[in-house]
Every structure is written in structure tokens, then in C-alpha cells.
Design a binder for this molecule. Structure first.
Ligand code: UDP
Length: 428
């Protein structure tokens, strides 16, 4: 696996580490359980860590030097040739050979095109986010995704043997915004670790966090304008202004750290908003938590708000539902596949803070509705599991290895190694 710009050793929840980090770690672990050895190559972003680390048996993280450790994501494109050259040398010197290359995010796709051509092995790509989709949902304060990213993504789509899309929405975006060939796109959703994210006694969980007796709303994610934590704060403001709750009866937890070029100003903006709306007593900013610590927070929540303007999948919504927490989310991207409107939570228009408030209040004020939704949320999350997704990925890899021909020219001549194979997801 190639994941150039986001080191999977970093804890998710701030900076560049988020859903993709969780996806890469979990998929690698589940593939390893199926007997596939996985090496994850990433750019060395910390000179203090060893070049090679074992994440779990059969999964290694190997750091490749390209530029100085502290480069920002925006600076990385200029260092892709150095990354590719160092990666080729490292692997070829070691004598290890690979059957398949799976790249994550467009930067890694550019490297995958080079190494897969040299090693004559197929390459599978997962985008995680698409520049054109992000530009469509861009918020004030966010800079547009640059042309070179959009061009780079188009190039990766042309070069990859197979593209893994997490949802039908992402598949549609790949076809409509990038003219991707539908046959080359394979729908494989991410999963959730049900042994970690599961329901627990909510009152005990609240007590553990010092929230006993409070109604608790939660927002989890990297803090940047597209994630719209401000909408969660405004929703709380409406509930207080409408006289539904007093400040001492409710808490909004915002769990996560600054991310991206606008991350630093975003945390300031959110703090100012809390101040302006007079909500200081009721809003708790919790710094990014290691992934294994998050269940303690979800389990204490009565409702989870996911107000993102765009979300290619939305692991947070899935983790909350697996923990038995109803979700009020924006009707965008993967959230439309995860949240079953009226059953496991509610879908509302992105940016509509009053609607978030109204729907959240329906859950907060009606314990029978909340309990029913929580139960359905757990059932519905059962459709997603890392092991099942890894099985589908395994099938895809195996098809590529068998065909053993993945040159771009063969793609265009109709001899598509993955093209003839359709993996149809059948969910119970
Ligand atoms: N996350 C975490 N700690 C935090 C905040 C978030 O581990 O403090 C994790 C969260 O559990 C989820 C991931 O980061 O698995 C975010 O994924 P999502 O798909 O919701 O958003 P993305 O980061 O991909 O935009």
C-alpha cells in the first residue's frame, strides 16, 4: 500500500490524519488476517521514528525519505519524484516483490503509476476525497483545490487498473466529474470495528466523563470549515434560544483537532462563535483522541451531529451508530448511505442549523424514539465490517494478479483486467 502524505502511524483526528488513516490501518490488518502480507509505504515525516515498524503481524509501515520531515501536504507534490525514486531503490535493494500495489489519495496514485509500470503489477486506487467534489462544497475560508490536483486525479483515473469507491455517490462523482470508466470502479465500503464501537450503559459512560444528568450531543472530527462544527454549535444555540434546554442541562462535546490550511483559524472561529452565542458553559472542546479512546465519548452521547458539507464516506457516523447513538447528519455523500432517515437518525440539508437543532431535539426529548433509533443504528451498522470489505478487496486483488496485465494501453484496448469482473455488494 502507498499512503504518501498521511503517515498511518499518526493518530487520527487532527492534521492530515483522519478517516484514511483508520481505513488503511484496518484494511491492512484485515487483509493480514486473510493471509496477505502488507507493506505500507509512507513519506518519512518524523526523523525520530525507525524507518520500518511492525503495526501488527504481517503489516509493516516503511517510511521513505522525500524532502524534509516537516513538509506540508501542499508541498508534497514537488517531492513525488524523489519519493518514487527512493521507494524503487529501497524495494529493489531489499529483493522483496509485490503482487499488487494499492494507493490511497491522488498523491499516492501518481507514485503507484510509476512503480506498478516498473514492477509490472496491477495497481488499485482509492481516492478517499476528490478535489472537484471538495471544490463544489467549498466554504468561505477554504482555498480551492488546485488545478494540478484535479489534473493529477484525472491521470490516476486513467492509469489505475481499478478504482475502489466507498459509496455509489463517490462512484457517480468519479463518472460525472472525471469521466471515469464505470467498469473500472468497484464499490467496496469501509467498515467499523464492532468489538470497539458497541453500545454500553450510557449513564455510566456519562458519569465517567463527569456528564451525569446532562443531555449530551457530540461532534467528532478534524476541525476545518467543511466539517462544519459551527453548525453543531449554532444548533445548540437554537435549542437554548428556543427555551428547549437550559445551559446547565446540556453539553456539546467537540472532539478533534485543527486540520488543513484553515484549521488554525477554524479553531479560533469556533471559540469566538461559542463566546458570541453565550454557550461557553455548555460546549466542551476535547483535543483529538486516540481512536481506541473514542468509544468512551460516543457511548456517553445521546445524539451525534455530523454536519459536514461534503463527506466521501463518514466513518464518524458509522462509529456512532455502531455505538448505539442516533445520528443527525447532512444529506451528503456517504452519510446518505449510513444514516437511514427516520430510522437510525435524520438527514438534513447541509448548513441548516435550525433543522439540525429540531432533529437533535426530537432525539433528545423522546427517550422511546431515541432508544428505538439507537437499536436500529446498531443493526444497520452491521452491514459494514472491515473483514467483509477486506474480503471484497482480496477478491479484487486476486482478479488483478490472475490477469497479470494492467498496462494503461491494455485498459484502453478493451482488455481490462478488472473491467470484466463485477463485484456486486450484497448486503443482508
Ligand atoms: N478520529 C479519531 N480521533 C479524534 C477524531 C476523529 O480517531 O479525535 C477518527 C474517527 O474515529 C474516524 C476518523 O477519525 O474514524 C474520521 O473519519 P471520517 O470518515 O469521519 O472523516 P475524514 O477524516 O475521513 O474526513
Amino acid at each position: 500500500m502507498l499512503v504518501v502524505h498521511s503517515n498511518p502511524l499518526a493518530e487520527p483526528g487532527s492534521g492530515d490524519a483522519g478517516g484514511m488513516t483508520v481505513y488503511v490501518r484496518q484494511m491492512a490488518a484485515s487483509l493480514a488476517q486473510r493471509g496477505i502480507k502488507v507493506d505500507i509505504f509512507t513519506r518519512r515525516d518524523d526523523a525520530a521514528t525507525p524507518t520500518e515498524m511492525t503495526l501488527r503481524p504481517d503489516v509493516r509501515v516503511i517510511q521513505v525519505v522525500a524532502g524534509s520531515p516537516e513538509l506540508s501536504k501542499e508541498q508534497i507534490p514537488a517531492y513525488l519524484p524523489e519519493f518514487s525514486a527512493n521507494l524503487l531503490k529501497m524495494v529493489e535493494d531489499s529483493g522483496v516483490t509485490y503482487d499488487v500495489v494499492h494507493s490511497h489519495y491522488w498523491l499516492s496514485g501518481k507514485v503507484a503509476a510509476i512503480v506498478s509500470a516498473r514492477w509490472k503489477v496491477p495497481f488499485v486506487h482509492t481516492f478517499h476525497t476528490l478535489g472537484r467534489e471538495k471544490n463544489r462544497a467549498r466554504r468561505p475560508g477554504d482555498s480551492p483545490e488546485p488545478e494540478f490536483r484535479l489534473d493529477g486525479e484525472a491521470r490516476v483515473i486513467a492509469d489505475a487498473c481499478a478504482i475502489v469507491a466507498s459509496t455509489v455517490e463517490e462512484r457517480r462523482a468519479l463518472i460525472e466529474l472525471y469521466a471515469a470508466h464505470p467498469e473500472r470502479i468497484h464499490l467496496i465500503p469501509p467498515g467499523v470495528d464492532h468489538s470497539t464501537f458497541r453500545p454500553q450503559d450510557r449513564e455510566a459512560a456519562k458519569q465517567a466523563l463527569g456528564l451525569d444528568g446532562k443531555k449530551v450531543m457530540i461532534f467528532v472530527g478534524r476541525l476545518q470549515p467543511l466539517k462544519a462544527a459551527d453548525i453543531a454549535i449554532e444548533a445548540l444555540g437554537h435549542l437554548v434560544r428556543w427555551g428547549r434546554v437550559n445551559l446547565d442541562e446540556i453539553r456539546l462535546l467537540i472532539v478533534g483537532g485543527a486540520s488543513g490550511t484553515s484549521g488554525a483559524s477554524e479553531t479560533g472561529r469556533l471559540g469566538d462563535l461559542v463566546e458570541r452565542l453565550g454557550l461557553k458553559e455548555a460546549v466542551q472542546f476535547v483535543p483529538a483522541q486516540p481512536h481506541h479512546r473514542l468509544p468512551a465519548f460516543y457511548q456517553a452521547a445521546d445524539v451525534c451531529l455530523v454536519p459536514s458539507y461534503t463527506e466521501s464516506f463518514g466513518l464518524v457516523a458509522l462509529e456512532a451508530q455502531a455505538s448505539g447513538v442516533p445520528v443527525v447528519g447532512s444529506a451528503v455523500g456517504g452519510l446518505k448511505a449510513i444514516v437511514k432517515h427516520g430510522q437510525t437518525g435524520f438527514l438534513v440539508l447541509p448548513g441548516a442549523s435550525e433543522s439540525f437543532a429540531e432533529r437533535a431535539w426530537m432525539v433528545l426529548s423522546d427517550s422511546r424514539l431515541a432508544a428505538g433509533m439507537g437499536r436500529l443504528a446498531v443493526c444497520s451498522s452491521g452491514d459494514f465490517a472491515w473483514d467483509r470489505s477486506a474480503g471484497e478487496l482480496h477478491d479484487l486483488y486476486t482478479a488483478g494478479v490472475r490477469s497479470n496485465d494492467c498496462s494503461p494501453s491494455s485498459m484502453w484496448s478493451g482488455n481490462k483486467p478488472f473491467g470484466s469482473r463485477t463485484i456486486v455488494l450484497k448486503r443482508p
